[in-house]
Design a protein around this ligand. Structure first.
Ligand code: FMN
Length: 223
């Protein structure tokens, strides 16, 4: 049974294949500024009603080059970069402390689009983290306090017990302080690539990078 399931999974994986037909990426039509182009694509992802279009894969690596990746949510984007929030004692944070470089990938399947970002990672200011933290629902703020993200825990009950304690302690208090171990990171982009699926695997790829004068340049890559 298990063998049969494994071989049919193998068959169907090999057969899964999309022909991308939704559109193209034309040098003349894209913005010369990749952040503006990202905002345009993001607005289109929102308009298309995609679920969590701000979910992105964040890849980090140890100094000796062992990569790890996970999904985080994009919470702010502007000329300075792409911001996500997390626990500063998590595995990703440990890796970023020792090797402050990261790659991000967003994939919008329904639009047949991918965006890739690479750059240097820095913590956002305490003020900015504070502002975002206080905008979160109380349950999420208490959840940040309750979880030593990436640590091994004995069971789920211990986690729920911690949250219960916190809920009791803050039952009358709305103002949950920002934990010193929690906040944002900004990926300051050095390279941004826009990928649009096209028929017959001849996809469009436009890659932007900053030159010595920090001006964005652009080139087309083979798919
Ligand atoms: C849709 C989705 C959104 C997530 N958003 C975040 C996020 O914004 N911040 C975060 O720390 N973890 C987020 N996570 C959890 C991470 O993927 C990961 O489990 C966690 O950050 C621990 O990663 P680490 O041990 O590599 O540090 C999200 C997971 C999913 C599936």
């Amino acid at each position: 049974m298990a063998d049969h399931a494994a071989s049919s999974l193998k068959l169907s994986l090999a057969d899964l294949r999309e022909n991308y037909t939704q559109g193209g990426l034309d040098e003349a039509a894209v913005d010369t500024n990749p952040i503006a182009q990202f905002e345009k694509w993001f607005a289109e992802a929102l308009r298309a009603g995609l679920k969590e279009p701000n979910a992105m894969t964040l890849a980090t690596a140890t100094p000796d080059g062992r990569p790890s990746a996970r999904i985080v949510l994009l919470k702010e984007v502007d000329e300075a970069g792409f911001v996500f929030y997390t626990n500063y004692e998590s595995r990703k944070a440990r890796e970023l402390r020792e090797n402050p470089r990261a790659a991000l990938t967003l994939y919008w399947a329904e639009l047949e689009r991918q965006v890739r970002v690479e750059g240097i990672v820095k913590r956002v200011s305490r003020g900015q983290s504070e502002h975002y933290f206080q905008s979160r629902p109380k349950g999420s703020r208490l959840g940040a306090w309750a979880s030593h993200q990436s640590a091994v825990i004995p069971n789920r009950t211990s986690l729920e017990a911690r949250l219960k304690d916190l809920e009791a302690r803050y039952s009358e208090i709305e103002d949950v302080p920002l934990p010193e171990f929690w906040g944002g990171y900004r990926v300051e982009p050095e390279v941004i690539e826009f990928w649009q699926g096209r028929p017959n695997r001849l996809h469009d790829r436009l890659q932007y990078w900053r030159d010595q004068d920090q001006l964005w340049q652009r080139e087309r890559l083979a798919p």
